[in-house]
Design a protein. Structure first.
Length: 164
């Protein structure tokens, strides 16, 4: 499978327009033609019953607009096997573990109380569920870890957003 699955810009803008319409809080996309310079990256990522993300690496330019669609392609019940996608600041390995452990006690969403090192995250998804988030890549080039915070998953379900 291709590392980054991009779809054409027309579809990307259609999705973003849809998101803006639903959310209401997104910044206006009044001039899509002017922004069409490869601006929006659409990333489709899946998590499965084997505790695997389809991507271990996502690449973006500093500040690039990203529409990320996470889908849980598994069949196991949500109580035992659910997935989210949580993007962290460029923290150390031990900080990643700390966040993963803090999240483990926070059923049913498994998000830690202290979210100061979390940039953005999807909902926790059961089998067949999907969630889309729209955000801008960090403006500082670097390696930003992403994890699934379902108990026990962060050690395996992880990767990096490479901003350069
Ligand atoms: Zn997971």
């Amino acid at each position: 499978m291709k590392l980054i699955q991009s779809i054409n810009l027309g579809v990307a803008f259609a999705i973003l327009t849809l998101l803006a319409g639903c959310g209401g809080s997104s910044k206006p996309h009044a001039h899509p033609a002017a922004e069409a310079e490869g601006a929006v990256k659409v990333v489709r990522i899946t998590g499965n019953d084997a505790m695997q993300f389809s991507h271990s690496e996502i690449r973006a330019k500093p500040g690039q607009a990203i529409a990320l669609i996470l889908t849980n392609t598994g069949k196991m019940p949500k109580q035992g096997m659910a997935h989210n996608w949580v993007l962290l600041k460029a923290v150390t390995e031990s900080e990643v573990n700390k966040i993963g452990m803090a999240a483990a006690t926070k059923a049913p969403d498994y998000m830690p109380d202290d979210r100061s090192n979390i940039i953005v995250y999807t909902k926790m998804l059961g089998p067949g569920e999907s969630d889309t988030i729209e955000f801008d890549a960090p403006s500082e080039p670097g390696k930003y870890p992403f994890i699934c915070t379902f108990p026990g998953h962060y050690a395996i379900m992880r990767g990096n957003l490479i901003v350069q």
